[in-house]
Design a protein around this ligand. Sequence first.
Ligand SMILES: [Zn+2]
Length: 372
Amino acid sequence: MKRILFLTFALLFLTCQGQDVKTDYPQLTDNDPTTYYIGKAGKNKMTFQVSYNSPVLSYKIYSSGEKPAHDPANWTLKGSNDGKKWTVVDERKNQKFCSRFQEILCIVQQPATYKQYIFELSTANKKENLIIAGILLSDKNLLAGWENFKYPEVNFESLDPETAGSKIYCETLVQNPDEYVKYHTQKVAEILYFSTEDPIVDVQHIDYTLKNYDGISAKGGNSPNINNVYSTRHIENSANESLHKLDFETRGVLYHELTHGYQYAPKGIGNYGNNKTFWACTEGIADAVRAEAGLFDMSTRRPGGNWMNGYRTTGFFIQWLTTKDPDAIRKFHRTVKDLEVWSFDGAIKEVFGPEAGIEGMWNEYQEFLKKK
Ligand SMILES: [Zn+2]
């Protein structure tokens, strides 16, 4: 099942990396965070050949599921055209990953066109051997349009620190809980909006709480001040499968709940509690964002249901619209702000033109699911 989950990640990455980068370390470029490059203590050198004739403008390094002491903390990226003369294009020191299976995105400080690149990486404590889950080089600036994203203030608290779920969250999965939530706020905004030029819903403060209760997660409050509670029992159950399963589930839930902080509310049709369209739109968009982030097992999609069913049924449909237009989620979400009286049919017409409609689009989606 995990293979299928990572295909979604793979698709996201392929658009950036494709066959453009060659390396002797397939574990770093296979888009599978559970396969690692296991290096040595001290300096590790890794070479990457790029086929594009333009500079590497940004790169991502992914931490593993092993102990943080094995993470890279210091690294240098050098470029060369002849394999002899190497020029430093980027250098980072004292880096800390905020969680396991986490990326650090770096914008190359001195980009220039090179045929090959070499990474020199070492851990913070030079006695620990290096372990990395992935490296992604890109000829695009992967932060473009998001340099000025305004992070909310995050206040993390575990109300039940003695529970097994709280312990694995705080002591194993997440090293910096505030940074972890902040990272995901930006990722959610990147799926809902085109750039920070858009009128992004202002989220100023998030209380993020772990609590021992029978459930999964819930969001409360209204932007600019929201709160989120995440069940330590659910954490414990997910962790029983694997740390990676816990990471996948935790991020998935976070994408959904943070979407509720950043999404527009439909107008002219009542509210979440008294109007089914309002509810289906709200929960559908939250699950569409989670799906777009690659944090659902998409093999569970089945024909049937209705766009008014909310959650995954609606969310998978909205996410599927990106096969027709890569910006479909952003455009669909924009209709929630723009339409004076929001409806699914109105939204589909706004995004795909007056000839389109919700019934036709849903039927097309059903045909896609039947052939899958
Ligand atoms: Zn929800």
